[in-house]
Design a protein around this ligand. Structure first.
Ligand code: TXA
Ligand code: MG
Length: 341
């Protein structure tokens, strides 16, 4: 099977196309669609078999739960306990790139929450995502539409190259605007705990909700997904490397005299990597942390496709704002210590 690719206006999606995609979801099929963060791989979140299709298409470990996507906040009460803090956060940040982990009512298929007694919920702001979910009439389970372990897809081309052979339909609404996935917050109890930094910065949540966000969440216990290798390009990724580290990585990669080193960051290298080491055709400087987030996954995939032998990246100097999510994704993408998916 090869997915059908339908172009859709990201601001005013054609109702006929949305209807068609919604029918695929209701029929138990898989539809990749744009959200404001990254492309999602959607299926009927009330159907165990449809959800199983997602895990199969991505090669995703069964113990890594999925986010359920809704078209209106009040629908969440059908699957989860809406805690007072969650209710306030929904009011402030939905629709938008914030996912809330809540106590589950136990009505969603156990595949969705991977057997946990919690469920993750989000209302995206992308017009195509909202129209599709609303028309489907069911909560839509959707992880990022990449093969498990690969950089998340921020355009339809990336979706197609990863999962084009195993989904029914890809809605192409152009490049996504945030570029990294939603922030995941555990809102099951009185303390908000950050499980994954993302498109909604912690500082903004604290300022607008008037609540502290604990940063100790990413230990693999409360957020199963962080155990696995993530976002990794097919060539080595080095963070803030020295000249010696670059030379070693190139020799380990078996790169010859015409080795190509890609670069990305808010600035050039902090220490000299040697004249001509970085290939200027494979180099991108982002002017803000927001633009770094927007372009990060696309840059990883592009460098890989254009034949970089290694990719070097400079971490943002700050953990504030989108800097936190950018650092997190780069550190995971560069890490060799996680389990393979
Ligand atoms: O921006 C996003 O969130 C995108 C778009 C498509 O909405 N979706 C996305 O899904 O990033 P995924 O599956 O790639 O990442 C979901 C993360 C994983 O780290 C998963 O472990 C965590 O959310 N998660 C899901 N349900 C959970 C739960 N009940 N408790 C803790 N973590 C959960
Ligand atoms: Mg993902």
């Amino acid at each position: 099977m090869t997915a059908r690719l339908l172009r859709v206006d990201p601001w005013n999606p054609d109702p006929g196309l949305i209807d068609e995609a919604a029918r695929v979801i209701r029929g138990g099929g898989l539809v990749a669609f744009p959200t404001e963060t990254v492309y999602g791989l959607g299926a009927d979140g009330t159907s165990a078999t449809a959800v199983a299709g997602i895990f199969h298409a991505k090669g995703r470990p069964a113990d890594n739960p999925l986010i359920l996507h809704f078209a209106a906040p009040e629908l969440v009460a059908g699957v989860a306990v809406v805690t007072p803090s969650a209710s306030k956060l929904m009011e402030l940040f939905w629709p938008g790139p914030l996912t809330l982990v809540l106590p589950s009512l136990g009505v969603v298929p156990r595949e969705v929450s991977a057997g946990l007694d919690t469920v993750a919920v989000r209302m995206p702001s992308h017009p195509v995502a909202l129209a599709l979910i609303s028309r489907a009439g069911v909560p839509v389970a959707a992880p990022s539409a990449n093969t498990s372990g690969r950089p998340s897809p921020t355009d339809a081309e990336a979706v197609f190259s990863d999962v084009g052979a195993s989904v029914d339909l890809v809605l192409d609404g152009g490049a996504t605007s945030v570029g990294v996935e939603s922030t995941v917050l555990d809102a099951t109890g009185p303390d908000l705990v950050l499980l994954r930094p993302g498109g909604c910065p912690v500082e903004e949540i604290e300022a607008r909700a008037g609540a502290r966000v604990l940063l100790s969440g990413g230990d693999g216990r409360r957020s199963p997904g962080v155990r696995y290798r993530h976002y990794a390009p097919r060539v080595p990724l080095l963070l803030n490397p020295t000249r010696e580290e670059v030379a070693l990585a190139l020799s380990e990669a078996g790169a010859g005299a015409r080795a190509r080193v890609a670069w990305m960051g808010l600035e050039g290298p902090e220490v000299s990597l040697g004249d001509g080491t970085v290939d200027l055709e494979l180099s991108v400087l982002f002017d803000t942390p927001e633009n770094y987030a927007r372009g990060l996954f696309h840059a990883l995939r592009t460098f890989e496709r254009l034949g970089a032998d290694i990719i070097a990246a400079r971490l943002p100097d700050t953990d504030r704002g989108m800097g936190r999510a950018v650092r997190d994704r780069l550190e995971r993408a560069a890490s060799r210590s996680h389990e393979n998916p």
